[in-house]
Design a binder for this molecule. Structure first.
Ligand SMILES: [Ca+2]
Ligand SMILES: [Ca+2]
Ligand SMILES: [Ca+2]
Length: 241
């Protein structure tokens, strides 16, 4: 009898440990970003405004797809994020040794030097409610939103730096489906950036991206249709000075 009770308790103990391990594995692998509210709109010029000092700098390091990475100077992506009642704002600083000014028209837009943002009302294995935005280097006149639809209300600017480029952008909340922004909300969110370093597009050969890096682990090149593993964007209040 005592043996049976001990066995049962041991089994329960193992199950509790396994459950805790699964929960820890699930939630600890998903990154979080605390986005501070701003009472001043940054100027969309690709340069750091003073207001950006209140936003934490984070980097993309979740998962890398592709084998052609030559180190941090080849491709690294740092970002900050702020929000207010009307818009969400991002500032990206990208290290890229070869910027493709005339992006390759024979490959899909996401195979070029590009930053992609993904927002969703809820994480799903097959998600049809993703708001997907793509910002291509060297393509100031074109913006890819939700794969084909562009919006003049989304403002952004890309400028060259010595080591790569900066991208500063604002997206009105009304462009992001199913999100009601307010302090305390947590939005399923991911970023993915791709690096193309090949310039010869004259021979009709398929030159595309060398690598992509996602912010969330287990999500590289998958978030366009699957959000189950993506991270969280927390909207927090104005920072006290
Ligand atoms: Ca600025
Ligand atoms: Ca590069
Ligand atoms: Ca590049």
């Amino acid at each position: 009898m005592i043996n049976r009770i001990l066995k049962k308790n041991r089994l329960v103990g193992i199950m509790v440990v396994l459950s805790l391990a699964l929960i820890f594995q699930c939630c600890s692998s998903n990154p979080h970003y605390m986005s501070v509210k701003t009472n001043k709109v940054p100027i969309m010029d690709g340069l750091i405004d003073e207001v950006w000092n209140s936003a934490k700098i984070d980097t993309l390091k979740g998962e890398m797809c592709g084998a052609e990475w030559d180190g941090p100077k080849d491709f690294s992506v740092f970002f900050r994020c702020l929000w207010d009642d009307k818009n969400i704002y991002f500032f990206f600083n990208v290290l890229d040794d070869k910027k493709i000014k005339n992006f390759n028209p024979i490959v899909p837009w996401f195979e070029n030097d590009v930053i992609e943002l993904f927002f969703s009302p809820a994480r799903k294995i097959k998600d049809e409610n993703i708001s997907h935005f793509g910002f291509l280097y060297g393509v100031d006149s074109m913006l890819v939103v939700n794969n084909n639809r562009s919006s003049k209300d989304i403002k952004y600017k890309i400028i060259d730096t010595n080591s790569g480029y900066n991208l500063e952008l604002m997206i009105p909340w009304k462009e992001i489906a199913g999100i009601n922004p307010h302090e305390g909300i947590s939005i399923p969110f991911n970023i993915e950036a791709s690096d193309c370093d090949k310039t010869d597009t004259t021979k009709g050969i398929y030159y595309g991206r060398d690598i992509s890096i996602s912010w969330s682990p287990k999500s590289c090149r998958r978030t366009w249709q699957q959000t189950i593993n993506i991270g969280s964007l927390h909207l927090v209040g104005l920072k006290e000075n």
